[in-house]
Design a protein around this ligand. Structure first.
Ligand SMILES: Cc1cc2nc3c(=O)[nH]c(=O)nc-3n(C[C@H](O)[C@H](O)[C@H](O)COP(=O)(O)OP(=O)(O)OC[C@H]3O[C@@H](n4cnc5c(N)ncnc54)[C@H](O)[C@@H]3O)c2cc1C
Length: 254
């Protein structure tokens, strides 16, 4: 078992502890984790995958591709089937318990019903974690926009400092459902969680593990969904921007 891991500092999300826990278990069970090993190309020869990475080559009987919003043309069939989208978050400084209690009394995670929704919750140390799928270059202006969105919901946070800001990519498929299965050359894949990948990717991981252990097992409904290409692939940026503006307008008038 080998796991390639390419984590950019700007892309750490708030549940990275969960990932670290899973990887620690893998290592304890004899798995080898190659960090910062970018996969450059994949070849199928004599029924084996030859995986060329920035730090060496691995030959494997089974290959799992779990690149979701970061999928590139290394896996052509997969990159044609997703639209990558950004999601970004900010975290305020720790708030006084009395203020935090007023903002979200039961400290539940919450999101609104807009198409381009806001999602938020309090951290253990009472920081407001606030996120949205607003578009734009990942610089200060984007996070200032996000702060304004937060103040629209919680004007009480006007004086609160923003301690952290970060963002990353998620993937949307044509069906808007996640897909799990095998590529044309037999590599396992799972992607397209539309922003709900924390639990869904874990479930897909289990499905893939079961498929590797017993390839004749009965397929679940998600595995039967055909993965369809996104039309007008070259115009994906334009389509995304039109769709974002359409949904923004819809949110404004509803
Ligand atoms: C700001 C933000 C907030 C989010 N909040 C939530 C939430 O509250 N709940 C929820 O369910 N989901 C949330 N999501 C979505 C969730 O993060 C994703 O759905 C989930 O991470 C998908 O997991 P994954 O393992 O499939 O892909 P990822 O976690 O995206 O991992 C893909 C990995 O593939 C690596 N990779 C890509 N190409 C290569 C290559 N050539 N070689 C080696 N490695 C490569 C990338 O570096 C990356 O580490 C959020 C996303 C963001 C960005």
């Amino acid at each position: 078992m080998a796991i390639f891991l390419l984590i950019k500092p700007a892309i750490k999300t708030f549940y990275s502890l969960f990932n670290i826990k899973v990887l620690t278990i893998r290592e304890r069970e004899g798995g080898v984790i190659y960090e910062n090993s970018k996969v450059i190309s994949i070849e199928k020869k004599n029924n084996k995958f030859h995986i060329h990475t920035s730090s060496g080559k691995v030959v494997a009987k089974e290959l799992v591709i779990a690149t979701n919003g970061y999928t590139t043309s290394i896996t052509k069939q997969l990159v044609r089937s997703i639209i990558p989208m950004n999601s970004n978050m900010i975290a305020t400084e720790p708030l006084d318990e009395s203020i935090a209690k007023k903002l979200i009394p039961k400290k539940r995670g919450a999101f609104d019903t807009k198409n381009l929704l806001y999602y938020f919750r309090l951290s253990k140390d009472n920081r407001m974690l606030f996120g949205s799928r607003i578009a734009g270059p990942q610089d200060g202006t984007l996070y200032e926009k996000l702060r304004k969105c937060m103040l629209h919901v919680f004007p009480q946070l006007k004086e609160s400092k923003i301690d952290y800001q970060w963002g990353g990519k998620l993937a949307v498929t044509r069906s808007m459902f996640p897909h799990v299965g095998k590529t044309e050359d037999g590599a396992h894949f799972a992607l397209g969680y539309s922003g709900h990948g924390v639990s869904l990717s874990t479930l897909m991981g289990q499905i893939i593990a079961e498929n590797i252990a017993a390839s004749d097992r009965e397929k679940c409904s998600l595995e039967k969904l055909p993965l369809k290409e996104i039309p007008f692939l070259n115009q994906r940026g334009l389509i995304l921007s039109l769709a974002t503006n359409y949904f923004r307008l819809k949110d404004l008038i509803s």
